[in-house]
Ligand binder design. Structure first.
Ligand SMILES: [Zn+2]
Length: 410
Protein backbone atom coordinates (compact mmCIF):
# COMPACT_ATOMS: atom_id res chain seq x y z
CA UNK A 1 0.00 0.00 0.00
CA UNK A 2 1.18 3.42 -0.98
CA UNK A 3 2.35 5.10 2.22
CA UNK A 4 1.12 8.61 1.66
CA UNK A 5 -2.50 7.62 1.39
CA UNK A 6 -3.82 11.14 1.15
CA UNK A 7 -3.65 11.49 -2.61
CA UNK A 8 -5.09 8.07 -3.01
CA UNK A 9 -8.13 8.81 -0.93
CA UNK A 10 -8.75 12.04 -2.80
CA UNK A 11 -8.97 10.25 -6.07
CA UNK A 12 -10.74 7.19 -4.72
CA UNK A 13 -13.38 9.47 -3.25
CA UNK A 14 -14.37 10.58 -6.70
CA UNK A 15 -13.21 7.52 -8.61
CA UNK A 16 -12.39 8.28 -12.22
CA UNK A 17 -12.83 11.93 -11.71
CA UNK A 18 -10.95 14.99 -10.90
CA UNK A 19 -9.54 16.23 -7.73
CA UNK A 20 -7.12 19.07 -7.65
CA UNK A 21 -7.13 20.54 -4.24
CA UNK A 22 -5.94 18.00 -1.74
CA UNK A 23 -4.69 19.52 1.43
CA UNK A 24 -1.96 17.42 3.01
CA UNK A 25 -2.85 15.67 6.24
CA UNK A 26 -1.68 17.05 9.55
CA UNK A 27 -2.01 13.93 11.62
CA UNK A 28 0.27 15.03 14.40
CA UNK A 29 -1.43 18.30 15.05
CA UNK A 30 -4.44 18.91 17.22
CA UNK A 31 -7.84 18.56 15.53
CA UNK A 32 -9.38 21.84 14.36
CA UNK A 33 -10.87 23.91 17.14
CA UNK A 34 -14.58 23.54 17.42
CA UNK A 35 -16.37 26.77 16.94
CA UNK A 36 -20.05 27.32 17.06
CA UNK A 37 -21.33 29.05 13.95
CA UNK A 38 -24.78 29.40 15.43
CA UNK A 39 -25.52 32.77 16.92
CA UNK A 40 -25.49 32.14 20.67
CA UNK A 41 -28.56 34.32 21.18
CA UNK A 42 -30.61 31.89 19.12
CA UNK A 43 -29.62 28.91 21.20
CA UNK A 44 -32.58 28.01 23.37
CA UNK A 45 -33.16 24.91 25.48
CA UNK A 46 -30.49 22.30 24.79
CA UNK A 47 -33.07 19.58 25.17
CA UNK A 48 -35.50 21.04 22.67
CA UNK A 49 -35.66 18.85 19.55
CA UNK A 50 -35.31 21.59 16.93
CA UNK A 51 -32.63 23.45 18.77
CA UNK A 52 -29.65 23.98 16.41
CA UNK A 53 -27.13 23.23 19.16
CA UNK A 54 -28.91 19.97 19.94
CA UNK A 55 -29.06 19.09 16.24
CA UNK A 56 -25.38 19.84 15.91
CA UNK A 57 -24.60 17.60 18.86
CA UNK A 58 -26.75 14.84 17.37
CA UNK A 59 -24.97 15.03 14.02
CA UNK A 60 -21.59 15.06 15.76
CA UNK A 61 -22.57 11.82 17.49
CA UNK A 62 -23.31 10.25 14.11
CA UNK A 63 -20.01 11.51 12.70
CA UNK A 64 -18.15 10.05 15.68
CA UNK A 65 -19.73 6.69 14.93
CA UNK A 66 -18.79 7.13 11.28
CA UNK A 67 -15.14 7.69 12.24
CA UNK A 68 -15.38 4.69 14.58
CA UNK A 69 -16.81 2.53 11.78
CA UNK A 70 -13.90 3.56 9.56
CA UNK A 71 -11.38 2.84 12.31
CA UNK A 72 -12.86 -0.60 12.90
CA UNK A 73 -13.59 -1.35 9.21
CA UNK A 74 -17.09 -1.97 10.52
CA UNK A 75 -19.54 -1.97 7.58
CA UNK A 76 -22.48 -2.99 9.81
CA UNK A 77 -21.99 0.10 11.95
CA UNK A 78 -21.63 2.31 8.87
CA UNK A 79 -24.87 0.96 7.45
CA UNK A 80 -26.74 1.98 10.60
CA UNK A 81 -25.81 5.60 9.95
CA UNK A 82 -27.92 5.94 6.78
CA UNK A 83 -31.68 6.59 7.02
CA UNK A 84 -33.56 3.38 6.19
CA UNK A 85 -35.57 4.91 3.33
CA UNK A 86 -32.54 6.37 1.50
CA UNK A 87 -31.75 3.37 -0.72
CA UNK A 88 -29.61 4.97 -3.46
CA UNK A 89 -27.69 7.02 -0.91
CA UNK A 90 -27.03 3.87 1.14
CA UNK A 91 -25.41 2.20 -1.86
CA UNK A 92 -23.21 5.18 -2.66
CA UNK A 93 -22.38 5.71 1.01
CA UNK A 94 -21.30 2.09 1.43
CA UNK A 95 -19.33 2.09 -1.86
CA UNK A 96 -17.42 5.13 -0.63
CA UNK A 97 -16.97 3.51 2.79
CA UNK A 98 -15.55 0.34 1.21
CA UNK A 99 -13.13 2.45 -0.83
CA UNK A 100 -11.90 4.13 2.34
CA UNK A 101 -11.45 0.80 4.10
CA UNK A 102 -9.55 -0.59 1.15
CA UNK A 103 -7.21 2.39 1.03
CA UNK A 104 -6.66 2.88 4.75
CA UNK A 105 -7.10 -0.63 6.11
CA UNK A 106 -6.73 -0.07 9.87
CA UNK A 107 -4.95 3.25 9.54
CA UNK A 108 -7.96 5.56 9.43
CA UNK A 109 -7.59 8.01 12.30
CA UNK A 110 -9.20 11.18 11.01
CA UNK A 111 -11.89 12.93 13.02
CA UNK A 112 -14.95 14.52 11.43
CA UNK A 113 -16.16 17.72 13.08
CA UNK A 114 -19.47 19.48 12.45
CA UNK A 115 -18.95 23.24 12.40
CA UNK A 116 -22.38 24.60 11.57
CA UNK A 117 -25.83 23.43 10.61
CA UNK A 118 -28.39 24.91 8.22
CA UNK A 119 -32.03 23.93 8.40
CA UNK A 120 -33.40 22.86 5.00
CA UNK A 121 -36.97 22.01 3.97
CA UNK A 122 -38.78 18.80 4.86
CA UNK A 123 -36.84 18.24 8.07
CA UNK A 124 -33.39 17.99 6.47
CA UNK A 125 -30.37 19.60 8.02
CA UNK A 126 -27.23 20.44 6.08
CA UNK A 127 -24.06 20.21 8.12
CA UNK A 128 -20.77 21.83 7.26
CA UNK A 129 -18.07 19.36 8.26
CA UNK A 130 -14.31 19.45 8.37
CA UNK A 131 -12.09 16.40 8.40
CA UNK A 132 -8.84 16.30 10.30
CA UNK A 133 -6.99 15.94 6.99
CA UNK A 134 -7.97 19.52 6.12
CA UNK A 135 -10.84 18.77 3.72
CA UNK A 136 -14.42 19.97 4.08
CA UNK A 137 -17.81 18.52 3.17
CA UNK A 138 -21.49 19.51 3.35
CA UNK A 139 -23.72 16.56 4.07
CA UNK A 140 -27.47 16.20 4.68
CA UNK A 141 -28.98 14.56 7.74
CA UNK A 142 -32.48 13.84 8.98
CA UNK A 143 -33.73 12.78 12.36
CA UNK A 144 -35.01 9.23 12.51
CA UNK A 145 -36.21 7.97 15.91
CA UNK A 146 -33.95 10.30 17.84
CA UNK A 147 -30.84 9.81 15.71
CA UNK A 148 -29.48 12.18 13.07
CA UNK A 149 -28.76 9.93 10.09
CA UNK A 150 -27.23 10.50 6.64
CA UNK A 151 -30.22 11.07 4.41
CA UNK A 152 -31.43 12.85 1.30
CA UNK A 153 -34.81 13.94 -0.11
CA UNK A 154 -36.70 11.76 -2.54
CA UNK A 155 -37.56 13.01 -6.01
CA UNK A 156 -40.98 14.40 -5.05
CA UNK A 157 -39.41 16.68 -2.46
CA UNK A 158 -37.02 18.37 -4.87
CA UNK A 159 -39.74 20.72 -6.14
CA UNK A 160 -40.76 21.61 -9.68
CA UNK A 161 -38.25 21.03 -12.46
CA UNK A 162 -37.74 24.11 -14.55
CA UNK A 163 -35.72 24.13 -17.78
CA UNK A 164 -33.72 27.29 -18.22
CA UNK A 165 -32.33 28.13 -21.64
CA UNK A 166 -29.13 30.11 -21.80
CA UNK A 167 -27.24 31.02 -24.93
CA UNK A 168 -24.68 28.25 -24.47
CA UNK A 169 -26.38 25.72 -22.23
CA UNK A 170 -29.67 24.33 -21.03
CA UNK A 171 -29.90 24.11 -17.31
CA UNK A 172 -32.33 21.95 -15.35
CA UNK A 173 -33.28 23.73 -12.19
CA UNK A 174 -35.14 22.49 -9.13
CA UNK A 175 -36.44 24.45 -6.17
CA UNK A 176 -34.23 22.34 -3.89
CA UNK A 177 -31.06 23.68 -5.53
CA UNK A 178 -32.01 27.35 -5.33
CA UNK A 179 -29.17 28.17 -3.00
CA UNK A 180 -26.62 27.38 -5.71
CA UNK A 181 -28.42 28.16 -8.98
CA UNK A 182 -26.97 31.61 -9.62
CA UNK A 183 -23.42 30.52 -8.83
CA UNK A 184 -23.81 27.55 -11.16
CA UNK A 185 -24.68 29.78 -14.10
CA UNK A 186 -21.61 31.95 -13.47
CA UNK A 187 -19.45 28.83 -13.18
CA UNK A 188 -20.72 27.45 -16.49
CA UNK A 189 -20.07 30.72 -18.34
CA UNK A 190 -16.59 30.88 -16.83
CA UNK A 191 -15.92 27.28 -17.95
CA UNK A 192 -16.89 28.14 -21.53
CA UNK A 193 -14.69 31.22 -21.43
CA UNK A 194 -11.63 29.37 -20.05
CA UNK A 195 -11.97 26.42 -22.42
CA UNK A 196 -12.47 28.64 -25.48
CA UNK A 197 -9.49 30.73 -24.49
CA UNK A 198 -7.14 27.80 -23.98
CA UNK A 199 -8.33 25.35 -26.66
CA UNK A 200 -8.81 28.03 -29.30
CA UNK A 201 -12.38 27.28 -30.32
CA UNK A 202 -15.75 26.39 -28.87
CA UNK A 203 -18.84 25.07 -30.63
CA UNK A 204 -22.05 27.06 -31.09
CA UNK A 205 -24.13 24.11 -29.92
CA UNK A 206 -25.59 24.06 -26.45
CA UNK A 207 -24.93 21.42 -23.84
CA UNK A 208 -27.56 20.21 -21.38
CA UNK A 209 -26.37 20.45 -17.80
CA UNK A 210 -27.87 18.15 -15.20
CA UNK A 211 -27.02 18.91 -11.61
CA UNK A 212 -27.39 15.69 -9.68
CA UNK A 213 -28.96 16.92 -6.47
CA UNK A 214 -29.25 13.58 -4.75
CA UNK A 215 -27.89 10.09 -5.29
CA UNK A 216 -31.33 8.84 -6.32
CA UNK A 217 -31.71 11.62 -8.88
CA UNK A 218 -34.21 10.75 -11.64
CA UNK A 219 -32.49 9.33 -14.77
CA UNK A 220 -29.06 9.24 -13.16
CA UNK A 221 -29.35 6.79 -10.32
CA UNK A 222 -26.54 4.69 -11.80
CA UNK A 223 -24.11 7.54 -12.30
CA UNK A 224 -21.67 5.94 -9.90
CA UNK A 225 -19.35 7.76 -7.56
CA UNK A 226 -17.77 10.01 -10.18
CA UNK A 227 -17.96 13.73 -9.51
CA UNK A 228 -19.16 14.38 -13.02
CA UNK A 229 -19.27 12.96 -16.53
CA UNK A 230 -19.96 13.96 -20.09
CA UNK A 231 -22.08 12.06 -22.58
CA UNK A 232 -21.86 12.86 -26.30
CA UNK A 233 -24.64 13.48 -28.79
CA UNK A 234 -25.69 9.90 -29.39
CA UNK A 235 -27.03 9.69 -25.86
CA UNK A 236 -30.43 9.11 -24.26
CA UNK A 237 -31.29 12.77 -24.70
CA UNK A 238 -30.32 12.99 -28.36
CA UNK A 239 -27.80 15.67 -27.59
CA UNK A 240 -24.69 16.23 -25.51
CA UNK A 241 -25.12 16.48 -21.77
CA UNK A 242 -23.03 16.60 -18.64
CA UNK A 243 -23.98 15.44 -15.19
CA UNK A 244 -22.32 16.87 -12.12
CA UNK A 245 -23.00 16.29 -8.46
CA UNK A 246 -24.54 19.27 -6.70
CA UNK A 247 -22.71 21.01 -3.88
CA UNK A 248 -24.35 20.09 -0.57
CA UNK A 249 -24.90 16.52 -1.73
CA UNK A 250 -23.07 13.47 -0.41
CA UNK A 251 -21.89 12.63 -3.93
CA UNK A 252 -20.09 15.96 -4.28
CA UNK A 253 -17.51 14.53 -1.92
CA UNK A 254 -14.77 16.41 -0.15
CA UNK A 255 -13.26 19.73 -1.13
CA UNK A 256 -10.52 22.11 -0.08
CA UNK A 257 -12.10 24.72 2.22
CA UNK A 258 -9.63 27.35 1.00
CA UNK A 259 -11.34 27.51 -2.39
CA UNK A 260 -14.74 26.34 -1.16
CA UNK A 261 -17.08 24.07 -3.10
CA UNK A 262 -17.16 26.76 -5.81
CA UNK A 263 -13.55 26.06 -6.89
CA UNK A 264 -14.13 22.33 -6.81
CA UNK A 265 -17.30 22.63 -8.92
CA UNK A 266 -15.60 25.05 -11.32
CA UNK A 267 -12.93 22.46 -11.92
CA UNK A 268 -15.39 19.60 -12.53
CA UNK A 269 -17.56 21.64 -14.91
CA UNK A 270 -14.56 22.99 -16.82
CA UNK A 271 -13.17 19.45 -17.14
CA UNK A 272 -16.47 18.09 -18.51
CA UNK A 273 -16.84 21.09 -20.82
CA UNK A 274 -13.43 20.27 -22.32
CA UNK A 275 -14.78 16.81 -23.27
CA UNK A 276 -17.77 18.53 -24.95
CA UNK A 277 -15.60 21.01 -26.86
CA UNK A 278 -13.14 18.26 -27.85
CA UNK A 279 -15.97 16.18 -29.27
CA UNK A 280 -17.78 19.01 -31.03
CA UNK A 281 -14.87 21.13 -32.28
CA UNK A 282 -11.90 18.76 -32.54
CA UNK A 283 -12.23 14.98 -32.56
CA UNK A 284 -14.50 12.21 -31.34
CA UNK A 285 -13.37 10.91 -27.95
CA UNK A 286 -13.16 7.45 -29.50
CA UNK A 287 -10.30 8.70 -31.72
CA UNK A 288 -8.28 9.23 -28.56
CA UNK A 289 -7.58 7.00 -25.60
CA UNK A 290 -8.43 7.76 -21.96
CA UNK A 291 -5.13 9.35 -20.97
CA UNK A 292 -5.30 11.70 -23.95
CA UNK A 293 -8.85 12.94 -23.28
CA UNK A 294 -8.57 12.99 -19.46
CA UNK A 295 -5.09 14.51 -19.55
CA UNK A 296 -6.27 17.22 -21.92
CA UNK A 297 -9.33 17.98 -19.75
CA UNK A 298 -7.18 18.28 -16.63
CA UNK A 299 -4.58 20.38 -18.47
CA UNK A 300 -7.16 22.85 -19.80
CA UNK A 301 -8.97 22.98 -16.44
CA UNK A 302 -5.60 23.84 -14.86
CA UNK A 303 -5.48 20.98 -12.40
CA UNK A 304 -2.90 21.17 -9.62
CA UNK A 305 -0.97 17.93 -9.36
CA UNK A 306 2.39 19.15 -8.05
CA UNK A 307 2.16 17.16 -4.81
CA UNK A 308 0.97 13.95 -6.47
CA UNK A 309 3.65 14.16 -9.15
CA UNK A 310 6.28 14.81 -6.52
CA UNK A 311 5.32 11.47 -4.93
CA UNK A 312 5.33 9.81 -8.35
CA UNK A 313 8.85 11.12 -8.95
CA UNK A 314 10.21 10.38 -5.47
CA UNK A 315 8.63 6.94 -5.07
CA UNK A 316 8.69 5.81 -8.71
CA UNK A 317 4.91 5.39 -8.98
CA UNK A 318 4.90 5.54 -12.78
CA UNK A 319 2.36 3.53 -14.74
CA UNK A 320 3.37 2.47 -18.27
CA UNK A 321 1.61 4.38 -21.05
CA UNK A 322 1.42 1.13 -23.02
CA UNK A 323 1.60 -2.26 -21.27
CA UNK A 324 3.49 -4.44 -23.74
CA UNK A 325 3.80 -7.41 -21.36
CA UNK A 326 0.35 -8.96 -21.80
CA UNK A 327 -2.51 -9.19 -24.24
CA UNK A 328 -5.38 -9.06 -21.73
CA UNK A 329 -6.00 -7.00 -18.62
CA UNK A 330 -3.41 -4.45 -19.62
CA UNK A 331 -2.19 -2.28 -16.77
CA UNK A 332 -1.43 0.95 -18.54
CA UNK A 333 -2.67 4.49 -19.05
CA UNK A 334 -4.38 3.47 -22.29
CA UNK A 335 -6.76 1.46 -20.07
CA UNK A 336 -6.96 3.74 -17.03
CA UNK A 337 -10.73 4.07 -17.44
CA UNK A 338 -11.16 0.36 -16.68
CA UNK A 339 -9.64 0.64 -13.20
CA UNK A 340 -6.05 -0.45 -12.76
CA UNK A 341 -4.77 -2.80 -10.06
CA UNK A 342 -2.01 -0.68 -8.52
CA UNK A 343 -2.60 2.78 -9.77
CA UNK A 344 -2.17 4.43 -6.35
CA UNK A 345 -4.50 7.26 -7.32
CA UNK A 346 -1.98 8.75 -9.72
CA UNK A 347 -3.52 7.92 -13.11
CA UNK A 348 -5.12 11.33 -13.74
CA UNK A 349 -1.97 13.10 -12.59
CA UNK A 350 0.15 11.06 -15.03
CA UNK A 351 -2.29 11.71 -17.88
CA UNK A 352 -2.11 15.42 -17.06
CA UNK A 353 1.70 15.35 -16.96
CA UNK A 354 1.84 13.68 -20.38
CA UNK A 355 -0.19 16.47 -21.94
CA UNK A 356 1.96 19.14 -20.26
CA UNK A 357 5.11 17.32 -21.41
CA UNK A 358 3.89 17.00 -25.00
CA UNK A 359 2.77 20.63 -25.25
CA UNK A 360 6.08 21.88 -23.82
CA UNK A 361 8.32 19.54 -25.83
CA UNK A 362 6.54 19.03 -29.14
CA UNK A 363 4.99 22.31 -30.16
CA UNK A 364 2.09 23.17 -27.89
CA UNK A 365 -1.45 21.93 -28.42
CA UNK A 366 -0.83 21.77 -32.18
CA UNK A 367 1.72 19.05 -31.45
CA UNK A 368 -0.76 17.25 -29.23
CA UNK A 369 -3.47 17.28 -31.92
CA UNK A 370 -0.95 16.14 -34.52
CA UNK A 371 -0.12 13.13 -32.36
CA UNK A 372 -3.86 12.38 -31.87
CA UNK A 373 -4.36 12.59 -35.63
CA UNK A 374 -1.58 10.05 -36.18
CA UNK A 375 -2.91 7.82 -33.38
CA UNK A 376 -6.49 7.68 -34.61
CA UNK A 377 -6.29 5.24 -37.58
CA UNK A 378 -4.69 2.27 -35.75
CA UNK A 379 -4.57 3.30 -32.09
CA UNK A 380 -0.86 2.46 -32.23
CA UNK A 381 0.96 4.90 -29.94
CA UNK A 382 4.47 3.87 -31.01
CA UNK A 383 3.63 4.44 -34.69
CA UNK A 384 1.87 7.72 -33.87
CA UNK A 385 4.93 9.01 -31.98
CA UNK A 386 7.27 8.14 -34.83
CA UNK A 387 5.00 9.76 -37.39
CA UNK A 388 4.25 12.95 -35.46
CA UNK A 389 7.33 13.52 -33.28
CA UNK A 390 9.98 11.30 -34.88
CA UNK A 391 10.59 9.43 -31.61
CA UNK A 392 9.87 5.80 -30.70
CA UNK A 393 7.78 4.73 -27.72
CA UNK A 394 10.64 3.52 -25.51
CA UNK A 395 12.58 6.79 -25.92
CA UNK A 396 9.47 8.92 -25.45
CA UNK A 397 8.49 7.15 -22.22
CA UNK A 398 12.05 7.37 -20.85
CA UNK A 399 12.27 11.10 -21.66
CA UNK A 400 8.83 11.83 -20.20
CA UNK A 401 9.61 10.05 -16.91
CA UNK A 402 12.90 11.91 -16.60
CA UNK A 403 11.09 15.17 -17.25
CA UNK A 404 8.58 14.40 -14.46
CA UNK A 405 11.40 13.57 -12.04
CA UNK A 406 13.26 16.78 -12.84
CA UNK A 407 10.17 19.01 -12.85
CA UNK A 408 8.33 17.65 -9.81
CA UNK A 409 10.74 15.52 -7.79
CA UNK A 410 12.14 16.79 -4.49
ZN1 LIG B 1 -13.09 13.33 -17.81
Amino acid sequence: MYKDVWHTICVVMVFSSLVTACTPPQRNEAPPTLFDAINPTTVAQPTEKDNPAAIKAGIQETLDRYTQALNESNTDLAEQLVAPDSGPLRREFLDTFEDYIEVFDKDYVFEHTVHSVTLREHGFVQAHITIETGSAADWLFREVEGEWLFSEPEEDLLGEREIIEHEHFTFNRYAWSDITNETLIDIMEEARHVVGDRLGRVPDEKIIVHIRLVTGFPLFTDAGTRKGYYSPQNSDFGTDYMVVHAPYSFGFGLYDPAGGWEDSLQHVITHEYVHFVTTRSFRSLSDMNPWMSEGLAEYIAEARYDDVLQDVADEDLFIPIVDTTRAYGKQDLEHMNLGLEDENGVDYALAYSLVVYITETYGGLDGFWEMVEAYEPKHDFDAALQESFGVDYATFEYDWQNWVVERYGS
